[in-house]
Design a protein around this ligand. Structure first.
Ligand code: HEC
Ligand code: HEC
Ligand code: HEC
Ligand code: HEC
Length: 133
């Protein structure tokens, strides 16, 4: 109830009388003291782009924090017995496919549960990766 009231107060402070977007029932950042208007700087509540996320979250620092997830993958050739090793780059913030270019919102969602984009195609549970917040 309190949050709904807050959202309404924010709307009124923008002087918006009718809004097509549905007001979210929760905001993960607001719960941690980052106000709505820090992210939504225009008059409308547009989705917030990655370029804005990285003004607060340093991408290089983020990538090195989750670098520990990369692992050495071994494959044995059944004919020759030869074992080939390579580093599997599963770091979500510096990955095999996208490097550091993937949009945060592919995984992290502000007003609803986050998803792991890699899980669309890979078994991320086997990777021992935590769910994104
Ligand atoms: C950390 C930045 C951030 C903060 C703080 C934030 N939002 Fe958002 N907001 C987003 C993102 C990103 C989206 C896109 C959808 C999603 O990720 O859930 C969004 C989407 C929305 C939308 C839907 C827009 C659309 O067209 O889909 C509304 C409405 C909205 N936010 C209102 C608010 C209100 C009200 C607050 C404060 C209680 C707030 N937001 C706080 C980042 C933020
Ligand atoms: C105004 C600065 C600011 C902006 C812009 C911002 N964040 Fe944050 N973010 C924070 C702060 C502060 C925290 C809380 C950090 C803590 O508690 O350690 C946080 C926490 C998070 C967390 C949770 C980390 C954890 O360990 O629980 C994620 C994920 C995150 N932000 C992603 C995003 C994404 C994605 C965007 C863009 C839509 C974004 N942030 C925009 C400041 C910001
Ligand atoms: C492919 C999915 C994916 C993308 C894209 C992604 N993240 Fe993450 N993020 C994760 C996962 C998964 C974790 C938790 C990893 C773990 O610790 O096991 C995480 C963790 C985090 C954390 C907490 C780090 C910590 O341990 O302190 C923050 C903050 C964060 N992400 C912000 C971002 C921002 C900002 C972007 C965009 C520049 C982004 N993420 C892009 C999946 C993603
Ligand atoms: C749309 C499906 C799809 C998504 C989403 C996807 N992948 Fe992949 N991935 C593939 C396919 C197909 C291959 C095998 C072909 C190739 O190597 O490009 C692959 C290969 C890989 C490899 C190489 C295998 C190895 O052993 O080194 C890694 C690492 C990887 N993906 C990590 C990721 C990570 C991390 C994410 C999330 C950021 C992700 N993938 C998202 C389909 C996907």
């Amino acid at each position: 109830m309190k949050k709904i009231f807050l959202a309404a107060a924010v709307l009124m402070s923008f002087g918006v009388t009718s809004v097509s977007a549905q007001m979210p029932s929760m905001s993960k950042h607001s719960a941690r003291g980052v106000q709505c208007t820090v992210c939504h700087q225009g008059k409308e509540f547009k989705p917030v782009p990655t370029s804005q996320c990285v003004t607060c979250h340093n991408q290089d620092a983020l990538a090195s924090k989750t670098d520990r997830l990369n692992f050495i993958s071994k494959m044995k050739n059944p004919k020759t017995g030869e074992v080939k090793e390579h580093k599997a780059l599963i770091n979500p913030h510096h990955s095999y496919h996208f490097g550091k270019t993937e949009d945060c919102s592919d995984c992290h969602r502000e007003h609803r549960a986050s998803v792991n984009d890699c899980g669309t195609c890979h078994d991320v549970k086997a990777w021992g990766m935590k769910d994104p917040k």
